[in-house]
Design a protein around this ligand. Structure first.
Ligand code: MN
Ligand code: MN
Length: 457
């Protein structure tokens, strides 16, 4: 090629064009393993359990604060069944820790504390949506009920209805188009109010009941099946998530459609990357909860448990925790919005993440003039560039979207608070936060390779 035909402007490599057949085969095999994980890890509680099982198999042991700890230990710590941290104390902590963090909660439809009622011959659950979702996407799709109910006597029962083929599912209704003309003129916000996300759950009344016989029948079912009463639902975490499994997408099966890619599509490859890396430095993995609602609460990353966990590690080698943190580096593994040619106006093409172009590295997220984000120092960005380039990982640079078009945050700013250099990088997702999100298998594999390279650096 003549030199004049080659542009020197920045452009990412496209893995779909440049990766070998052998690489593609590995990526597709990895995708199958990820899909199996995702099917069992729809909620943060489910994800904690699956992650614990994988860590145990890899030789990690459960740890509680104050337990004895020494160099060479592999441990995990579970925060209230919602978040899980793991550490491999293989290196000198003075040199810092390689930390990867991702979140395992996803947008969904939670039940209200007093959810049950009946009207017009049907019983319903009232709901309160969780996270930034587009409400119109959630009616008229099959929903499964996941979660726990904590009884007054201290017992806890687990609920999972709608994931097996023989299970019933639940559904939020929507108005027929014939009678919807008045709503068609409304904005999406006015047309789909949060209080309209009511879920149909039953229609047969209990015999010899005068008042609320259908809702009473539901209570009888819950009592018989789980031994719970109406008041027990107040101390429950029950959530409606899209029912069914992850699917291959496209004639070439090159993509994965599923609920909850954000952010299990970064969490799972990070976990695998940590387990398969030959690390010189000590490594830490953080799977946090509540990211989708701002990381507040005792299981969100604005709480102190990551810092406490890191202090425990520092104690094992009696190193200065502040020195350890200042020398540490964090990969904030979270998804990026994938450029969608149907909505080009939302993106800025030269700084957007494209499907199949690998891990999207975001110097900053935030909104309105880089507000509320960790804008990573250039030195940190280039440290990651070197890690990714040295291992020939497919990666690209990306912003969340066009300036002032909206925005969002990640876990990065909570890690930055600890005086740890941190950079966002993750898998581009089409239809992010929808009940069925799309990612590319080559990008998922690039995430795994990025995490592995990071943990080996
Ligand atoms: Mn996310
Ligand atoms: Mn999200």
């Amino acid at each position: 090629m003549k030199q004049t035909e080659q542009s020197r402007l920045y452009a990412p490599k496209n893995a779909a064009k440049e990766a070998s057949a052998a690489y593609r085969k590995k990526a597709f095999a990895f995708a199958d393993e990820y899909m199996a994980f995702l099917d069992r890890a729809k909620t943060e509680r489910d994800a904690v359990k699956e992650t614990e099982a994988i860590l145990k198999k890899a030789g990690y042991r459960a740890y509680t604060f104050g337990d004895p700890l020494k160099t060479g230990d592999k441990i995990y710590y579970i925060n209230r069944n919602h978040a899980i941290l793991a550490a491999n104390l293989c290196g000198d902590l003075d040199l810092g820790v390689q930390i990867a963090c991702a979140h395992i909660d996803s947008p969904r439809i939670d039940l209200k504390p007093n959810p049950l009622y009946e009207d017009a011959g049907m019983a319903f659950f009232r709901t309160h949506y969780y996270g930034g979702l587009k409400k119109y996407q959630w009616p008229t799709i099959p929903l499964a009920l996941h979660g726990v109910i904590c009884k007054a006597n201290g017992e806890k029962v687990e609920v999972c209805i709608g994931e097996n083929d023989a299970d019933p599912v639940f559904c939020i209704s929507d108005l027929l188009p014939h009678l919807d003309h008045y709503r068609e003129k409304q904005t999406l916000d006015d047309g789909f109010k949060g209080e309209m996300l009511n879920c149909v759950i039953a229609s047969i009344p209990e015999k010899d009941r005068e008042k609320d016989p259908i809702a009473e029948a539901v209570l009888s079912y819950l009592e018989k099946t789980y031994g719970v009463c109406a008041e027990d639902l107040i101390s429950a975490e029950l959530t409606l998530v899209p029912a069914g499994k992850a699917r291959h997408i496209g004639f070439d099966s090159s993509m994965i459609g599923a609920y909850g890619h954000d952010d299990k599509v970064c969490a799972y490859p990070s976990l695998r990357g940590m387990l398969e890396a030959k690390s010189k430095k000590s490594t830490v993995l953080v799977f946090a909860d509540k990211e989708e609602i701002g990381s507040d609460g005792v299981t969100g990353l604005s709480a102190n448990y990551l810092y406490d966990f890191l202090c425990e590690l520092a104690g094992a080698q009696k190193v200065n925790v502040r020195k350890m943190l200042a020398n540490s580096l964090c990969l904030s593994a979270d998804v990026a919005g994938c450029f969608d040619p149907t909505y080009p106006e939302a993106f800025e093409k030269r700084n957007a993440a494209f499907l199949n172009c690998g891990v999207a590295v975001c110097k900053y997220t935030g909104h309105g003039g880089k507000y509320s984000t960790s804008d990573a120092p250039a030195e940190v960005v280039t440290e990651f560039r070197k890690i990714l380039n040295d291992k020939k990982v497919f990666w690209q640079t990306a912003e969340l979207g066009r300036v002032d078009n909206g925005g969002g945050g990640t876990l990065a700013k909570f890690v930055a608070k600890l005086n740890v250099g941190v950079l966002d990088a993750g898998v581009p997702v089409l239809s992010m936060h929808a009940p069925f999100e799309i990612v590319s298998k080559l990008d998922v594999y690039a995430m795994f390779e990025a995490a592995k390279a990071f943990f080996e650096a």
